[in-house]
Design a protein around this ligand. Sequence first.
Ligand code: SER
Length: 349
Amino acid sequence: MRKKTSKKIIKIANSCLTLQFTAIIIETKKMKNVLIIGSTGQIGSELTMKLRSIYGSNNVIAGYIPGAEPKGELAESGPSEIVDITNAQQIADAVEKYKIDTIYNLAALLSAVAESKPLLAWKIGVGGLMNVLEVAREKKCAVFTPSSIGSFGPNAPKDGTPQDTIQQPKTMYGVTKVTGELLSNYYFTKFGVDTRSVRFPGLISYVTPPGGGTTDYAVDIYYAAVLGKPFKCPVKEETFMDMMYMPDALRAAIEIMEADPTRLIHRNSFNIASMSFDPVIIYNKIKEYVPDFEMTYELDPLRQAIADSWPNSLDDTCARLEWNWKPEYDLDAMTRDMLEKLRIKFGIK
Ligand code: SER
């Protein structure tokens, strides 16, 4: 009888401990006050909503620039503030006002646009990052700044591109991304700023379209398929690039910031990967679900040159080992979801 009672007590005590532990995890997650710079862009518009669902609507501030104001759900679901990344004072004021402890720095020009506006790309990508890092140093914030497959160049191994290898990009986009990685690591080792990041592949989503990237075709192709239009592909067959479905990308951005710092050997920036394909592979996959879909090629020399200088596929072993990174979507799962969600978006049966 006694034995039974003490066993019961131990059981209750254990479940209390588990409850307490869960509460602590939830508590730590709730403690974040987040500022998102570039909240209305391709990643920001979805990441802001996801972070609000985790940390609470009022604790996630949507930073935007005039002309790119938050709209709809994004505007209604929580606070927003004008934060131009090129204006250090605006960043500092927002951090002070909302007691921010974590900054998601998503302001950037994508690869093809950056080639036509290299000075602006540098001003935003590097000057802007310096502003963020300085504010983070003074106010003790953690910082997430995405890097990219574009941070590698033609001298890096093309297949299974390792975590640590030659990074000599030929594009201004890549130059700003490598510089960003170096600066972020510098601020961590020199000043202890908790900087972390991932190298995003081409991101595919049905919510906010990208603008001016080299991987955009892998988003546009789904819109064409759903709207019943033939697709003109701007890059040629056998142009392989890493791609990822947005839900996996959002999870990566959150999980890296939640990761146990004692396990992180790397910081800026982790290779992450989920799928690599060329135009033929994605076209054939879509055709499985949209049999009369047609694709022709109309090459864009700039995008082709950029894509040719990038890796075919990254090796993401370090992310898997150091913070348990694991993608959930492959090409088939992504295709089914994209087609379904776009049909709903356009009211097509
Ligand atoms: N999606 C980006 C681009 O194409 C790559 O990170 O510019």
